[in-house]
Design a protein. Structure first.
Length: 717
């Protein structure tokens, strides 16, 4: 049969997309059910690899270790002498002034830098000349007209390193002579100490000379800038009262204060004027003397109003007493009006006086502001001149103080580095211990042996050959010890309901209820499945024993587990494919793993409970056998491909809880293999033992990806 190019994804309750690789449910969708993720490391596979290659790895490791040890014993190791130099990080000061070249302190990067300088050509060339290394027989081959060869040979035997995180520098030299190794190591160490001391002395002398030259220039700049400031102040009439203010600024501040007081006085006079004019509120205590008459008249008016109210209530409105009181009230009102006019005139005069004073102050402030604007423009230029003068003054003072201190410190520098431990001629050669060498060579040899075993498994693997099978007629009786019960009950109502629920769970949409399930399958573009002829079945227990002890045993732990998907196929129809499926089922039964077997072989799909008992499957094993061809015909009217059913089971809960074995039809091309491997953990390709490398097999495998090849197992039957 041909494998349709369908999008192998399933969404519960939705139909499958057809004839497209980018549909509603494409691979980029986060709902895609891909192959089961087995993790980065499979420990069962590692254990199987170790058991299979343990002897080979051990032999290669031992042989390589012995070879390395022999070469190690024959290698000529030199004498190695070491001198230790302490670079003291503490700052040593004769005076309180900081040195020109301070100590390194906790600066580890600086220490690493000076250690690297010892390796430089400029540092080592004077040392080599002083030691007359050209006359040493050790460097006779490098001596000549070109000193670079001699320098390179000397550097190869010299090692300068910092000891851990300390301030100790280890200087080592390797030579065939113990005395020469100590001599050269001490010479380099002394040169290193001298270079550090000389660098401090030279830095101090150079700094003092540079400061003296710079002081003369700074002094001239300071005098020029100070004279420029004085001339500018005299030209613009700028007189400093204090350090931060001038005379004009003080006058502006005084005028502002007077204007504020005048404004407050004017507002107070206006408020009193308004109160008297409107007759509301009470005048302040300071104004009570002017309004005493008005206050007294208001008090009398209140008494008259009270008397008038009482007489009106007792005698009535027309009584003579009432009339008399009304006359008094009118007279008091006239007096109050005259008094208010008098007070209003007084307050108006005061308000006008305050307003005039405020206007005069405002005019004076305006004049002062105009003068201040001109002065401010000049102050901008003055500020620049003063900043320049102040900067020149600070620079001159700093350089002068530094020059005096540096001049006095000249000749007082202390040594920062010293030889803590001179090199002594070594008593024996610098050869590592035999035990350490054995451990290192053993680890290296073990790594090489493991790499060799992995490469051998990866690049030189051969097909697995299962031979010598003995056919057992289907339905033959087994002994009582192999007669067991299984959970598969084909054809009963309970199994039918479970199958229908499984179909709904894996995401297919069932056909209408009135579909004639007895209608024979019809061909369609989506159902090209081939039916297998009935075949005889081998003894599954015998096949299981061959699988367990054969070359495939390394993969059984990964194959037979919950959630695994195993697809069995072949380039052409092969009678042993169903036998291998039953053998894997029997092995799973021995490990108490439920099995979901998908097969189009009617000899398997039509088996009932007595048939399975007769084949000797364990009683505790749960086996479900499903024929995808029947599902497509009975539930979908041949509108679904067999591969859609297989893929649906692989992503369903049934497939995840059980180990699913697919007895697949023959494959036709590489695309079919690639599709099958995408949803299978293992793809077992069964070939004929009479033609293990047929042209058809080579064409099918072709240029498959390495990831695809890792899931493919080839079996020769």
């Amino acid at each position: 049969m041909g494998l349709e190019r369908v999008d192998m994804t399933a969404i519960p309750g939705r139909a499958w997309t057809k004839n497209t690789s980018k549909g509603d449910f494409s691979r980029e969708d986060n709902r895609f059910y891909g192959p089961f993720d087995q993790g980065l490391v499979d420990f069962s596979e590692l254990l199987a690899f170790a058991r299979h290659n343990l002897v080979r790895i051990s032999i290669v490791t031992i042989v390589l270790t012995l070879v390395f040890l022999v070469l190690f014993s024959l290698y000529p190791f030199p004498y190695r002498a070491t001198a230790l130099v302490l670079v003291d990080p503490r700052e040593r000061r004769v005076t309180l002034t900081e040195n020109v070249l301070p100590g390194i302190g906790s600066d580890a990067a600086f220490l690493e830098s000076i250690v690297q300088i010892v390796h430089s050509d400029g540092f080592l060339r004077p040392v080599i000349d002083n030691l007359n290394v050209k006359e040493d027989p050790l460097f006779a081959s490098s001596a000549g007209s070109d000193d670079r060869k001699l320098l390179a040979a000397f550097k190869r035997k010299l090692e300068v390193d910092r000891v851990g995180a300390t301030f100790i520098v280890e200087i080592s030299f390797s030579s065939n002579s113990a005395d020469k190794s100590a001599l050269y190591a001490n010479a380099v160490a002394q040169a290193f100490v001298d270079s550090q001391t000389q660098s401090r002395v030279l830095a101090t002398e150079t700094a003092a000379s540079s400061l003296l030259e710079r002081l003369n220039v700074l002094q001239g700049n300071l005098e020029t800038s100070e004279k420029a400031v004085a001339r500018f102040k005299a030209k613009n009439g700028i007189i400093d009262v204090t350090e931060d203010s001038t005379l004009l600024q003080r006058e502006l501040i005084t005028l502002n204060e007077q204007i504020v007081a005048a404004k407050a006085q004017t507002e107070a006079a206006r408020a009193r004027h308004d109160k008297i004019r409107t007759g509301s509120g009470v005048l302040p205590a300071a104004e009570q003397s002017d309004a005493a008459q008005l206050v007294e008249l208001r008090r009398e008016r209140g008494q008259v109003l009270q008397t008038l109210s009482e007489f009106s209530r007792v005698y009535g409105d027309r009584h003579p007493r009432v009339t008399s009181e009304r006359s008094k009230l009118s007279g008091i009102d006239r007096q109050i009006a005259e008094e208010r006019r008098r007070l209003l005139a007084i307050q108006k005069e005061r308000l006008e006086s305050s307003t005039s004073a405020l206007e005069a102050l405002t005019q004076e402030l305006t004049k002062r502001k105009q003068a201040a604007l001109e002065t401010e423009r000049a102050m901008v230029q003055l500020a620049g001149l003063e900043r320049e003068a102040a900067a020149n003054r600070r620079l001159y003072e700093e350089f002068l103080a530094r020059f005096k201190a540096t001049e006095e410190q000249s000749g007082l520098e202390t040594e920062q580095a010293r030889i803590a431990s001179p090199a002594l001629p070594p008593l024996k050669k610098s050869k590592p211990g035999t035990i350490l060498a054995t451990i290192v060579f053993g680890l290296l040899s073990g790594f090489i042996a493991v790499a060799y075993a992995v490469a051998r498994e990866t690049f030189f693997a051969t097909p697995i050959i299962l031979s010598g099978k003995t056919a057992l007629p289907f339905g033959s009786k087994r002994s009582a010890e192999h007669t067991t019960a299984v959970s598969h009950v084909t054809g009963q109502e309970k199994s039918a309901r479970k199958l229908h629920a499984t179909i709904q769970k894996i995401g297919f949409v069932d056909v209408d209820a009135d579909y004639d399930r007895t209608e024979p399958p019809q061909s369609s573009n989506h159902n090209n499945a081939e039916r297998f002829d009935d075949q005889e079945i081998l003894d599954p227990l015998e096949m299981a024993q061959r699988l367990e002890h054969g070359p495939l045993r390394r993969d059984l732990n990964r194959m037979l587990r919950h959630g695994a998907v195993i697809v069995l196929s072949s380039p052409i129809a092969h009678p042993g494919k169903s036998d291998l499926a039953l053998g894997l089922t029997a092995l799973a039964g021995q490990r108490s793993i439920p099995i979901l077997l998908l097969t189009a072989n009617t000899a398997l799909s039509d088996m009932n409970r007595p048939d399975l008992d007769a084949l000797g499957f364990p009683k505790s094993q749960q086996i479900s056998i499903v024929n995808p061809t029947e599902i497509t015909a009975k539930h979908f009217g041949n509108r679904r491909s067999i591969w859609e059913i297989v893929e649906g089971f692989s992503v369903s809960n049934v497939g995840r809880e059980s180990c699913m074995i697919v007895d697949a039809p023959p494959v036709k091309n590489q695309d079919q293999i690639q599709r099958l491997v995408e949803f299978a953990d293992f793809f077992v390709l069964i070939e004929s033992a009479h033609e293990p490398e047929s042209p058809r097999t080579k064409a099918l495998l072709g240029e498959l990806s390495s990831k695809t090849h890792n899931r493919i197992r080839r079996i020769l039957l």
